[in-house]
Ligand binder design. Structure first.
Ligand code: FES
Length: 217
């Protein structure tokens, strides 16, 4: 075990774990969206940037999900600078997200709502121009509908599919603002391999993947 200090509290964590996992296990909440339970610092994609923290001796804030715990480390999760960075990360995610909670199946179980509540920002805090995509809904997958404008590209659906051996062909497609979650385009056999386990749908934190029956489309 490794002993570190987080927000003036001494905590212990297994060697090899991330700062994020260590803090969550100790009951110290850090916002996070793209981290999956069990992720090691090496596995973590560090895509959402919500989990930025300060660590004494480090030149700049780091993502807690991709930072290895070290003995004697001093971590700060709750300084004004950290909260500002986390709020900025949330605003960036919201700039590509259509806020329409009443018509979203993730309403009240949404990672963005939970983060906004924790940070005290609300969801209408976008300072950046919205970059919303067309089409509004992609119906090509046999099991679910995909809503690109709800998707914040956390990649959790892709990784959950990989973990369950689904070999579904889920992957990022496109570039820059046009990036989406794609499927089957480059591998026609992937549709047949999808085991319909629905792990991708269950893991999506923003209602971007909606099982066909429940979508009403
Ligand atoms: Fe760390 Fe997303 S949870 S960057």
């Amino acid at each position: 075990m490794v002993t570190l200090t987080v927000d003036d509290r001494s905590i212990q964590a297994p060697e090899g774990s991330s700062v994020l996992a260590a803090c969550l296990s100790a009951g110290i909440y850090i916002p996070h969206l793209c981290w999956l339970e069990g992720d090691t610092p090496e596995d973590a994609p560090a895509a959402c940037r919500l989990c930025l923290v300060e660590i004494d001796g480090f030149a700049q804030p780091v993502t807690a999900c991709s930072q290895l715990v070290e003995s004697g480390m001093t971590v700060r999760t709750d300084t004004p600078a950290v909260r500002e960075l986390q709020k900025t990360a949330l605003k960036l995610l919201l700039s590509v997200h259509r806020v329409d909670c009443r018509n979203c199946p993730a309403n009240k179980a949404c990672g963005l709502q939970a983060t906004a509540k924790f940070l005290g920002t609300g969801l209408n805090c976008k300072p950046f121009a919205s970059v919303l995509k067309e089409p509004e809904v992609d119906h090509r997958h046999p099991l679910f509908d995909y809503y690109p404008n709800r998707c914040v590209l956390c990649g959790i659906c892709i990784r959950r599919c990989d973990q369950t051996g689904g070999a579904s062909g889920l992957s990022f497609a496109g570039r820059g603002f046009d990036t989406v979650v794609g499927y089957f385009d480059t591998d026609p056999q992937a549709a047949a391999r999808c085991g319909a386990c629905r792990a991708c749908i269950a893991a999506c934190p923003t209602g971007a993947l909606v099982e066909r029956e429940a979508s009403g489309e």
